[in-house]
Ligand binder design. Structure first.
Ligand code: SF4
Ligand code: SF4
Length: 224
């Protein structure tokens, strides 16, 4: 899922302080699950923001609402009837949701309350780890299920850089395991070291234009 964290309160305050009626919209998807932008976080942000703004002499009307997902217009119906009544909207979704919201309501200023940080998994409650940078050409089959784009500081595809420490940590950060050390040992344990003997050609990283994907079963629906 997408992992996000709340922006500093001062930064959010600067975005909205000149608007009298602000609607803070949470998302029931990823940012709710990663404890950054669900119902509870909407309430906490509104409480903190109101307190700060009142303390500085503003008199805001700050309401909260949560929709199931901000990255799908099927969930916007209720919001459509509300947004017109506000001077600005704060979104507690990821950057995708914020952009979708801003596109849906082009007349209304839409501000991000979160920083979208990475694609990751729950390691434990409130603890998330980045696992994928959505490169679009997944190599996990050959690398023992360990992503060299995300977990190697240099994003290397053909083995370690030569700086791996003797204890198996990365030369860039002694608290981070070397991805290639881990890849090697996992493949060795599985008897699959042959997987990394073929040299991978350089990636075409310069081709990083905006991507869109239609799943195979839906291609007919959007054809033409
Ligand atoms: S190689 Fe890494 S960054 Fe690319 S799709 Fe696979 S997991 Fe994601
Ligand atoms: S030490 Fe390992 S993880 Fe760190 S940059 Fe070199 S190959 Fe990548």
């Amino acid at each position: 899922m997408i992992i996000a964290e709340r922006k500093p309160l001062d930064e959010i305050k600067e975005m909205v302080k000149d608007y009298r009626k602000v609607l803070n919209v949470g998302c029931g998807g990823c940012t709710s699950i990663c404890l950054a932008g669900g119902q509870k976080e909407v309430m906490i942000l509104n409480r903190d923001l109101k307190e700060q703004l009142l303390g500085e002499g503003y008199s805001p009307v700050l309401d909260g609402f949560v929709i199931e997902r901000q990255c799908n217009y099927d969930f916007f119906d209720e919001l459509d009837n509300m947004v017109g009544g506000y001077d600005a909207v704060l979104s507690m979704a990821c950057g995708v949701g914020v952009q979708f919201m801003a596109e849906r309501y082009p007349e209304t200023p839409v501000f991000p309350a979160l920083n979208t940080v990475f694609c990751g998994a729950d390691r434990n409650i409130g603890w998330f780890e980045e696992n994928c940078r959505t490169c679009g050409e997944c190599v996990l089959a050959e690398t023992g299920g360990i992503c060299p784009v995300t977990r190697c500081a240099k994003g290397l595809f053909n083995g370690p850089c030569g700086g791996t420490r003797l204890d198996g940590t990365c030369e860039v950060d002694k608290d981070t395991p070397c991805a290639w050390y881990e890849i090697y040992h996992r493949l060795q344990a599985q008897g699959r070291l042959g997987n990394i003997l073929t040299v991978k050609p350089p990636r075409q990283w310069q081709n990083q234009t905006r991507r869109s994907l239609v799943q195979e079963d839906y291609k007919q629906r959007y054809a033409g």
